[in-house]
Design a protein around this ligand. Sequence first.
Ligand code: COA
Ligand code: AMP
Length: 629
Amino acid sequence: MSLYQQAYRASLADPEQFWDQQVSLIDWVERPHSVLDQTAKPLARWFPDGRLNTCFNALDRHVAQGRGSQAAIHYDSPVTGTRRTLTYGQLLDDVSAFAGGLASLGVDTGDRVLIYMPMLPHTAVAMLACARLGAVHCVVFGGFAAAELRSRIEDFRPKVVITASCGIEPKRIVEYKPIVDEALAAAGHRVQRCIVLQRPQAEALMVPGRDIDWEDVHDTGRAAPTGCRTVASDDPLYVLHTSGTTGKPKGIVRDNGRHAVAMAWSMKNIYGIGPGDVWWAASDLGWVVGHSYIVYAPLIAGATTVLYEGKPVGTPDAGAFWRVIQDYQVSGLLTAPTSLRAIRREDPQAAEADRYDLSGLRNLFLAGERLDPETYAWACEVLGIPVTDHWWQTETGWPIAANPRGLESLPVKPGSSTVPVPGYDVRILDAAGREAPANTEGAVCLKLPLPPGTLAGIWGDPRRLERSYLSTFPGYYLTGDGGYIDEDGYVHILGRSDDIINVAGHRLSTGAMEAVLAQHPMVAECAVVGIDDALKGQLPLGLVVLKTGAAIDSGTLQAELVRQVRATIGAVAAFRKVLVVPSLPKTRSGKILRKTLREIIAGQDTGVPPTIENPEVLQLLRPLLAASS
Ligand code: COA
Ligand code: AMP
């Protein structure tokens, strides 16, 4: 039996024993006596009586082991022309000081801190400082507009907000502080303090009495740095909101103990990264990839993590990724396929790659969206190293299906994210909840219990956890993806079966965009669906039915709706296209048949659905949708 098979079978046959053997990957203040509490509802609890501190595992223990002078973070920012390396010792000093500063503002164990910041080491420092204090952080991606930030503030109800004066996009400076001020003014929740990092590219106006400069907080803390506060394994480390099928994002809760074990296990066994290796997850700290694989996992593993404030192209050219790999001798890279598509579009022959020494790169990992065969083939040819498609989601926090390179490299099947990762019992279910035979498409589900590191709950809404994930097929977690498992046990993910779309590796709710379109005075009803895009994978398309008598030309309407989505959700939605249609397909109870729209657009038209009230509309829509996709 292969190493992978041994580990996989052991993890399912006796999960308790399997994870008990991984407990010592991290340092505990009180090692758990009990590994799994299956009686806990609705989700099992791992390591329930363990006590630890996540920041200690990410920093202190490495310094204590004599690796204080090893690089912890290489910050590389082509948009500002800055490069800086922080050793483990320096990062520990910074984090202890900032945690001390937060404590001086009254932030205590269990308090909540919201972080709305760009790709800076300071963002990682803020996250780790919260972990040090046992405070819960919630990072909001900088590409979200004020209304999205406001909804997260109202859901999370932070004591303190931490922000920067601006983020830097290749063509513009994005001033963060006015967005924070607007969100805070609109939110029905008052924060006590707002900490602001002033960047030289834009100066933030401070609100007297509430706002305080990052440097002042840091200086106060330097005089009284803080040690690690011990928390229970179950205590929340962070909340990260992700798109659900409604407009209201879900706050995924991650706890300390099971998360730390899963981070340590996956870094070693999936990504093959250990102490001293240089690792780069080219994503953003506002996404789950940033939480798991820019900050926590590489630092818990004692590796060096690259924090890149730039894009794959345009900062300054399509050689940017190759330059970073060379300059820091990166041995493992994780990014989204869209980044490679962007590079390939500008440099199809990969001439830029020849200018750099990429010999240190051992593995390329791709996730966040479907890996199309052309991009896979191109990456293999350009890099000549193993290219690994792997599948996971914000809720799980770490890969569900992958080629576990650190454990054993398995044969690759392009189009498949390889095999279920140890700990995940992946099953394909049909509509009636029966297991589908090999090669038959169905709902991709995970048989309970979920392994450590996966979601511990939904912030402030336990019933939503059951409703969204656990009630469709009792005993299983519903991933929301459709797919199949082939005769060799390889997992093939075919895409979301709900109203979530994936734009440039960013997960977005079409429901949230529909809510914005519906507010336009001329719009009677609307639907937003994803259409294929050669660069971003998918782009949103707004289908709009006008109110009777509405007089507006389609160009003006499109411009107004695009502006409104940008202002409400953010530029990251990449909402640019609107189609005025005479009507939308609906059921007798008035529900829009979005699945039918998706099928028509994907060219998988399955005829007339039995539940449709107005079948005649399909004849009108087919040519319109075909022309726009
Ligand atoms: N703060 C503010 N605005 C942001 C932002 C941030 N952190 N991130 C993106 N935006 C804005 C962009 O400036 C852009 O605005 P524009 O419409 O005014 O040009 C918009 O949001 C869309 O951004 P993006 O999706 O990055 O598209 P792009 O056309 O600028 O770049 C790619 C295309 C492919 C280069 C880019 O999408 C990319 O690097 N993708 C990788 C995605 C990734 O890492 N995903 C994480 C999952 S692993
Ligand atoms: P997020 O929660 O933002 O990480 O998005 C998770 C969703 O992205 C998944 O449910 C999938 O729909 C999609 N996804 C992530 N990785 C892959 C992959 N390797 N192949 C296909 N889809 C993926």
